[in-house]
Design a protein around this ligand. Structure first.
Ligand code: FMN
Length: 321
């Protein structure tokens, strides 16, 4: 068993999987500015990977050697496709496989996938077993929530722990809450107690509303989690995983150069296969904390090509001291 989770120094800090955000390009930027201890891919559908949809899906599993350890997150509702996918992920050289049992999207849940599995423990168990079989020694983990309609911490978390997964990420909300209410860290602490009571070796990662490494250290101390996962905090501070960096001290010039790098990486990696518009959600990360940030972003949002976007940014750079 190659269980990298057990080798991480505690507390450790994990980049949250974010669909249409944490692709190979954005993770490369993160790897350069403030490396998390663990990277996650976006969630990737096991049915698509095992059908004609493969070609359109496989890009979600791209990674570079700088992005290690890297965990592939997968979802679906057919154990046989988890088994086949796990074999593929092992071949592709991933460090771990994570099963999404937390996404609350209604269409996905209707099919019994992701947080829908909280209501179907017997299928959840089959999926874990199939993934482990295909993973053949790769670490298998689960990311989930505290329940579906209501808090089910006691029964759901102890059920998952009984299935001998290597790591468990707990997003401190129930599925029906989406992300509308504050994360319930007291309940995450309860999950840690359940784990300790069971003498389980599963690594526990807490997730929800953490914006800085300082807050992450506090959560580790107060709630006993082994690691902390950060998602949206990356949008407010791209450098979040490097405690020594104060993003307010980074010159606008440097942020713009980094944005240019992001755009070039996007262009070189995807050529024309990804919609240019999908880049625009990242502008706010680089263009903020300056007086006319809003105006600059509004202008950038109007531009319809990579070349013109680069030209606009280069012009901005020319006019900066
Ligand atoms: C844009 C976006 C996409 C997300 N995609 C995924 C995903 O693919 N898989 C997953 O497990 N969670 C996904 N999440 C949930 C995050 O991983 C994380 O659990 C959630 O944002 C709470 O953490 P935070 O408060 O640090 O952001 C997504 C969240 C956002 C905002």
């Amino acid at each position: 068993m190659n269980n990298f989770w057990q080798k991480l120094k505690k507390p450790f800090f994990v980049q949250a999987p974010m669909d249409e955000v944490t692709d190979v390009v954005f993770r490369q930027i993160l790897a350069e500015v403030g490396q998390p201890d663990v990277f996650f891919t976006e969630f990737t559908n096991t049915d698509s990977l095992n059908s004609k949809g493969l070609e359109k899906t496989i890009h979600r599993l791209k990674f570079t050697e700088k992005q290690r350890p890297i965990v592939a997150q997968i979802w679906g509702n057919k154990p046989e496709n988890y088994l086949k996918t796990a074999k593929l992920l092992k071949k592709l050289g991933f460090d771990g496989i994570d099963i999404n049992m937390g996404c609350p999207d209604r269409i996905i849940v209707k099919k019994g996938c992701c947080s829908g599995l909280i209501n179907n423990p017997s299928l959840a168990k089959e999926i874990i077993l199939a993934t482990k079989e295909g993973a053949n020694g790769l670490a298998v983990s689960v990311k989930t929530r505290l329940g579906y309609n209501n808090l089910q911490t006691e029964e759901w978390i102890s059920f998952l722990l009984k299935n001998n997964i290597e790591a468990l990420t707990i997003h401190g909300r129930i599925a029906l809450e989406m992300s509308k209410y504050p994360a319930n860290w007291e309940e995450i602490a309860k999950a840690v107690k359940i784990k300790n009571g069971m003498k389980s070796k599963t690594i526990i990662i807490g997730n929800g509303d953490v914006k800085t490494i300082r807050q992450a250290h506090e959560k580790h101390k107060k709630y006993g989690v082994d690691g902390i996962m950060i998602g949206r905090g990356i949008f407010t501070n791209l450098w979040v995983f490097d405690e020594k960096i104060n993003p307010k001290e980074i010159l606008f010039k440097e942020k713009l150069k980094l944005l240019l790098k992001h755009i070039d990486l996007f262009n070189n990696t995807w050529e024309n296969s990804k919609n240019f518009e999908s880049l625009k959600k990242f502008y706010k990360i680089y263009i903020s904390d300056i007086e006319n940030a809003q105006n600059i972003r509004t202008e950038l949002m109007k531009i319809k090509s990579i070349d013109q976007t680069k030209e606009f940014i280069l012009n901005l750079l020319k006019n900066l001291p």
